[in-house]
Design a protein around this ligand. Structure first.
Ligand SMILES: C[S@@+](CC[C@H](N)C(=O)[O-])C[C@H]1O[C@@H](n2cnc3c(N)ncnc32)[C@H](O)[C@@H]1O
Length: 207
């Protein structure tokens, strides 16, 4: 993922203002409890960690991404903020399976909560990656997604897709609804021309 290694140098500075509130909301919706394990898939520079850490709960947090550059940024922030209990590992999200987690990350391969922000519009084979994430959840575990859906395609949709190497036509929320129970989705008041479509946060419980 060479482009994201380059993008990591200006990713937070150029985008974080747009997505800050959606991350806060996604973490609120997760209703985290002390002692839980959280996996952030395609965690990038770790922009969600600030919000998870703001809960002040004792949690075990894991972040995974394909891009070494994005992870380096994430690790630098973890060290700067002196956050504990966050481990990062490099992986292709398409490889995430309980046996992979067991071999590479932790003995008990399931998580209470999984978050994936702006990942499924970028990762290839996104449907199978969503299934893999659901497969890594404990019973009644929750998956929360932040992403963008272009109901109407505009020039900005095309531009955002080019810059982020994304596909904003993917019906990510719709698929999460089919695959989970207690599904909930909300749109954030961020201008569509800024993010290429409708910015949403969607959550469901593993069926
Ligand atoms: C738009 S960024 C989102 C990063 C972060 N989650 C956020 O909210 O800022 C997309 C991320 O997906 C990662 N990515 C792309 N393809 C991937 C794959 N196959 N497996 C894991 N991560 C991937 C990129 O490296 C990048 O960090």
């Amino acid at each position: 993922m060479k482009w994201y290694d380059v993008f990591s140098n200006f990713y937070d500075a150029s985008l974080e203002k747009l997505y800050f509130e959606s991350r806060k909301r996604a973490v609120e919706l997760l209703e985290l409890n002390a002692g839980q394990t959280v996996l952030d898939v395609a965690c990038g520079t770790g922009a969600n960690f600030r919000h998870i850490k703001a809960t002040n709960l004792e949690l075990d947090i894991y972040g995974t991404d394909f891009s070494a550059g994005m992870l380096r940024r994430g690790q630098a922030t973890i060290e700067k903020e002196q956050w504990t209990n966050i481990k990062l590992f490099q992986a292709d999200a398409r490889d995430l399976s309980p046996s992979f987690v067991q071999e590479q990350i932790k003995n008990e391969p399931y998580f209470d909560k999984i978050i994936c922000a702006l990942g499924l519009s970028v990762i290839p084979d996104w449907e199978s990656v969503m299934d893999k994430m659901l497969g890594l959840l404990k019973e009644n575990g929750q998956l929360v997604l932040i992403d963008v859906f272009a109901e109407k395609r505009t020039f900005n949709t095309w531009l955002v897709e080019k810059i982020a190497k994304a596909d904003l036509d993917r019906k990510i929320g719709q698929r999460l609804e089919q695959k989970t129970s207690n599904f909930h989705c909300e749109y954030l008041p961020v201008k569509e021309n800024k993010v290429g479509g409708k910015l949403f946060v969607a959550i469901g419980i593993k069926k």
